[in-house]
Design a protein around this ligand. Structure first.
Ligand SMILES: [Zn+2]
Length: 400
């Protein structure tokens, strides 16, 4: 058969065109795409295609509302009361803006970002004295805290967080941590910084992440409490590098609290253990952190009042953060993660890590995708979470 040179030329041109279009979708921000978009005739088409596949920079850079859940229940053992007194997470209620806009882009891991100079300057301005930067693990730290012991402790926690993350979730985050941490000694200074965030409504949150700046405070809080807030916020940063910036709230907050609710002993984080505290005073006990979450979830599950996991996984940012039952949603997300990773059936942990890997590769994050990976029904997932929580409560002797 005679080879037609013109045919060959068209075939070659077709291959080049298809390869070119595929390359545009994979790297819409590449320099050559920018140049090609200026070309005559095909330029506008390339630009439109690149636009379709470009992750919106504004969305990726938007503020994050991570705050670290701190649930405190005061339980009177004589009257068996359960009164949530503090439920905090800087978040959106009516009128505030979800961190990634209402239409999150396809999540793919993104590199670390340096802090926004204005946001960082505003935070540093509120420190009691102009302080030079220090380091906190791989992060830059600005602080007016003078307690060297606390700074060494927090630095050790921050330094090991990434390796804990890698071994627990089986993901390799993009390298580099360029964000800054501002640790205020004074709660009032921290609240002043929080109030300066235009997108945040007034909240009493112990920590927040905004434009590459993690902020929290130490006044009146135990070391492990400050560490838990720090772990929660830093996990959000690692999530961006390992999974992507536009995660559904259950996943972003679930992983952040899964690690934040771990016990820290001898400067080491023990993932999968139950952190938090129980402080007794006469007949009253005040539960915080992971222990409070177990009590809240355990009681809701016993009363048949725990919303279905399918519902939780479908919530958008605004609904997830709505005040009613907010702490319960955080707890349910965190213990869903735990019940999968720490189940007596190791197949569940493997399947969940497989799901996380899918997410990191940009696959769609739906409840069904998780369910497919796990190979079980929604009902089975709900009941395995409920029995996991009950076992945790028995193990830690918590009143559910
Ligand atoms: Zn958070």
């Amino acid at each position: 058969m005679r080879r037609d040179p013109l045919g060959k030329f068209f075939l070659l041109a077709l291959i080049v065109a298809v390869a070119g279009l595929a390359a545009v979708t994979r790297a819409p921000d590449a320099k050559w795409v920018e140049r090609a978009a200026k070309a005559a005739v095909i330029g506008p088409w390339i630009e439109r295609l690149a636009d379709l596949y470009r992750r919106p920079a504004a969305a990726a850079e938007a503020s994050d509302f991570g705050g670290g859940v701190e649930v405190i229940y005061r339980i009177d053992s004589r009257r068996n009361e359960l009164r949530p007194t503090v439920v905090v997470e800087a978040g959106s209620a009516a009128g505030s803006v979800p961190p990634l806009g209402s239409e999150p882009a396809l999540p793919l891991p993104i590199p670390s970002r340096p802090p926004d100079p204005e946001v960082l300057a505003a935070a540093r301005e509120l420190l009691a004295a102009a302080k030079d930067s220090q380091t906190l693990g791989p992060y830059t730290l600005y602080t007016d805290v003078r307690d060297r012991g606390l700074l060494i402790y927090l630095s050790a926690v921050a330094a090991q967080l990434e390796s804990v993350y890698v071994s627990r979730y089986g993901l390799e985050p993009l390298p580099g941590a360029r964000e800054a941490v501002v640790l205020f000694e004074s709660e009032a200074s921290y609240q002043q910084f929080l109030a300066g965030a235009p997108e945040l409504i007034q909240q009493s949150a112990p920590g927040l992440l905004r434009s590459g700046v993690v902020a929290t405070y130490s006044e009146g809080r135990g070391w492990s409490e400050v560490a838990a807030t720090l772990i929660h916020e830093l996990t959000h940063l690692v999530n961006k590098r390992a999974l992507g910036p536009a995660l559904p709230p259950w996943l972003d907050e679930g992983l952040a609290d899964d690690l934040a609710q771990s016990r820290i002993e001898g400067l080491r984080i023990f993932p999968g253990t139950l952190g938090g505290s129980a402080v007794r005073s006469g007949s009253r006990t005040e539960y915080k952190g992971g222990q409070a979450a177990v009590i809240e979830l355990g009681r809701a599950a016993s009363a048949g009042d725990l919303p279905a996991i399918q519902t939780l996984l479908a919530l958008d940012w605004e609904s997830f953060q709505s005040v009613d039952r907010r702490s319960q949603r955080y707890g349910q997300s965190s213990f869903l993660v735990r019940s999968l990773l720490d189940s007596s059936d190791p197949g569940l942990a493997t399947a969940f890590r497989g799901f996380l890997r899918d997410v990191s590769e940009g696959q769609e994050i739906t409840g069904e995708a998780l369910l497919n990976r796990l190979g079980c029904s929604w009902e089975a997932l709900d009941s395995q979470l409920a029995s996991f929580v009950r076992r945790q409560a028995v193990k830690a002797d918590l009143p559910i």
